[in-house]
Design a protein around this ligand. Structure first.
Ligand code: SF4
Length: 263
């Protein structure tokens, strides 16, 4: 049986030694190309890894600490990271050129170093009770096959105790799952791949857009996948979802559901 754990406060710049460079020589060469200056210490973190055809990482995969390192290596003050991330996540900028409070030269460097992706549902299906299922098609990554994931928007109205109506979004953290729970249809797929932080957070962005003008009241990490089997990406995604520069969702309204895996 699954247990659930509400998230505690996410420390700023919550990533740790796991942000070390990828091990393959190809990953190191790609990171070197992306370094903003000579002698720089910034490396493409594992959460930015992409399929070999992709050159620029999606900036939505970065934690604040990772982007602060990039800023310092680019000769920018670290506080720029929160400004950039506010444009990326809170203001939903469509491209780097739209980030009008940033110096023009910095916007140009960001556009050279990163992409700014957006996750859009390929299919939205609605049930009679108002529950909506969002299907996302994901590109192949890390040499794995293309994948599809689901999110579910679950309205809960006319709650008997007079509590306010809820609109809960259930999101996925992996494509498929390797945990093999006997009652679960996802288990039959096996694990296709881990999701990137941008793909986890992108489900919240897409679900929120679909729900508008009603706000999402709760987020549950209870869709496809075992969240703690994709710990680094989930941790970065939770930082983005709870940060003031991000989605500013109270940790009390986010639930992580796990089979009990210890990361
Ligand atoms: S998604 Fe994975 S962990 Fe969750 S119930 Fe299915 S097999 Fe188990």
């Amino acid at each position: 049986m699954r247990s659930t754990a509400r998230t505690g406060p996410i420390p700023p710049g919550g990533r740790s030694a796991s942000s070390s460079p990828g091990s393959s020589s190809r990953a190191r060469r790609s990171a070197d190309r992306l370094r903003p200056g000579r002698g720089a210490s910034w490396r493409r973190p594992p959460s930015c890894a992409r399929d070999s055809s992709s050159v620029s990482p999606d900036i939505k995969n970065l934690s604040r600490a990772e982007l602060e390192r990039w800023c310092m290596d680019a000769g920018e003050p670290p506080y720029r990271a929160a400004q950039i991330l506010a444009w990326v996540h809170r203001k939903g900028a469509a491209d780097f050129a739209a980030m009008s409070s940033l110096p023009r030269a910095l916007r140009a460097r960001l556009a050279e170093a990163f992409t700014l992706g957006r996750l859009e549902p390929a299919v939205v299906a609605e049930a009679r009770d108002g529950t909506r299922k969002l299907l996302f098609r994901l590109p192949p990554a890390d040499g794995k096959r293309p994948a599809a994931i689901e999110s579910v928007l679950i309205p809960q109205v006319d709650r008997p105790t007079g509590a306010r109506d809820r609109l809960t979004l259930c999101i996925s953290t992996q494509a498929g799952c390797g945990m093999g729970c006997g009652f679960c249809a996802t288990a039959a797929m096996g694990l296709v791949r881990n999701l990137f932080p941008a793909e986890i957070v992108g489900q919240v962005s897409a679900g929120g857009a679909l729900a508008a003008p009603r706000p999402l009241t709760n987020i549950v990490l209870m869709g496809m996948g075992e969240p703690l089997a994709n710990y680094d990406a989930v941790r970065t995604a939770l930082e983005i979802l709870t940060a003031e520069w991000g989605y500013a969702i109270s940790p009390r309204r986010i639930t992580v559901s796990t089979v009990g895996l210890a990361p």
